[in-house]
Design a protein around this ligand. Structure first.
Ligand SMILES: *Cc1c(COP(=O)(O)O)cnc(C)c1O
Length: 434
């Protein structure tokens, strides 16, 4: 459940009117709710702990890596699922604990491995045999013991968008299920490694628990066998819990979760009730790596209507946010609910909401029924807290959007609007150009 709702005619984040933030800080503007981040974290860790599982939630920070977001979750006891040396450095910069970091990714460089070892991370989640050899070599050179877990590819189709399915043999991730035991046997012979666990992650935005159940059912016996041989500490079941995009605004109402036949929502309770009985007999610490579930509905992107434009067939609403601020519609065909900051009734107009960038892919919605809006009106793109700002770029020399964290009545700038000069601060002309 999230904390974005209309109070009277004004859309609020917790106790703060979003129109006030837009007027004060300008648009495009990301706004995050600390209460929502907290609620989502507690619901998920609580649901598993409720089954008596020893668990650690490792926030997949690639979904939203702002220091204040990291700090919010670190203060709740979260660990972090990281994918680069830069992300580990970010956790440290935010005051988080590197010893609660796992390090994933198919392309870890020697520098990243050395850095992670020096920080004493919880585990490398390794994706290939060549990587295991490299980690062993770097660890030996540094006289460190590297904790590792192999990422198993369980070959279970998550049934989600092709760009976010990771757990089948079509994908670059992990090591095939059938090869895992042989890989561990070879790893056991390498120096300076500690075989600490097993990891998997089958995909993202899963709204049905079945693929999780199938994957855990398939992999748990393998974990039990390996644990007997090598004495594991943990089994990580990855992230991927899906969120509500289509009815995001309505889902702020607790009642929405209780009613509504046919709604496909994967709640922490369903997730925990289904998986805990399969996991508990292992007697291991269970790691979760949720990204989107924690941050997705905890953030919105505010934008202002610049122009209206009618062509023969279409009604365009041209806004000041663009694909460089939020690339998900262009990249994944994803849906973001769009609502005005000042509630409007009346007729709905089928609209294409587009940004100012010179790309046909620069749109947020097509043929979307929207209330009549005019120049200067503010809109919110909901469910923009995950894979939003982090995927931002300077395309078209547009500065990165600022970010605000709301906590009750308080609002703080947690990233200032990038100064134009900072966009090209690292660039110089060649010496022969004078
Ligand atoms: C991206 C990723 C996650 C998080 O996925 P969400 O769908 O955001 O929960 C977790 N684990 C790994 C290995 C990932 O690559």
């Amino acid at each position: 459940m999230h904390s974005f709702r209309y109070v009277g005619s004004r859309l609020q984040c917790e106790d703060v009117a979003l129109a006030d933030l837009a007027a004060k800080h300008g648009t495009p503007l990301y706004v995050y709710s600390q209460a929502t981040l907290t609620d989502h974290f507690k619901k998920l860790s609580g649901a598993l702990a409720g089954h008596g599982l020893d668990q650690l939630v490792c926030f997949a920070m690639k979904s939203n890596s702002n220091l204040a977001v990291i700090r919010t979750l670190a203060d709740l006891g979260s660990g972090f699922d990281t994918v680069s040396g830069g992300e580990i450095a970010r956790v440290i910069a935010a005051g988080g604990d590197a010893r609660k970091c796992v390090f994933a990714g198919v392309g870890k460089t020697e520098e990243d491995i050395a850095f992670a070892l020096k920080q004493g991370i919880y585990s490398f989640n390794v994706e290939s045999e060549a990587e295991i050899v490299r980690i062993s070599r770097v660890a030996t050179k540094l006289k460190k013991i590297a904790p590792i877990a192999v990422r198993v590819n369980p070959n279970v189709d998550a049934g989600t968008h092709s760009k976010i399915t990771t757990g089948t043999y079509e994908n670059k991730f992990g090591i095939q299920f059938e090869q895992i035991e042989a890989v561990y046997a070879r790893a056991a012979k390498l120096p300076n490694l500690r075989l600490r666990g097993l990891q998997m992650h089958i995909g993202s935005q899963l709204t049905d628990v079945t693929p999780f159940r199938l994957a855990v059912t398939k992999v748990a016996p393998l974990v039990a066998r390996l644990n007997k041989k090598y004495g594991f500490d943990f089994f990580s079941i990855g992230g991927g819990i899906g969120i509500v995009y289509r009815e995001a605004l309505a889902s702020a109402d607790p009642q929405w979760w209780k009613t509504g036949p046919g709604r496909k929502v994967l709640t922490p309770q369903i997730y925990a009730d289904t998986l805990a009985p399969l996991l508990k007999p292992l007697g291991l610490k269970i790691l979760l790596e949720p990204g989107r579930f924690l941050t997705g509905n905890a953030g919105v992107l505010l934008t202002r209507v610049e122009y209206l434009k009618k062509t023969g067939k279409k009604h365009f609403v041209i806004v000041d946010a663009a694909m460089n601020d939020l690339i998900r519609p262009a990249f994944y065909d994803s849906y973001h609910e769009i609502v005005p900051l000042k509630k409007k009734g009346g007729v709905q107009v089928s609209s294409d909401v587009v940004g100012p960038i010179c790309e046909s892919g620069d749109y947020f919605a097509k043929d979307r029924p929207l209330p009549k809006v005019g120049e200067g009106d503010y809109l919110a793109l909901l469910s923009a807290g995950a894979y939003g700002s982090v995927m931002g770029s300077n395309y078209n020399s547009r500065s990165l959007a600022p970010e605000i964290l709301v906590n009750g009545k308080k609002a703080a700038v947690i990233r200032r609007r990038q100064d134009l000069n900072d966009i090209w601060a690292d660039e110089v002309t060649a010496p022969w150009q004078k």
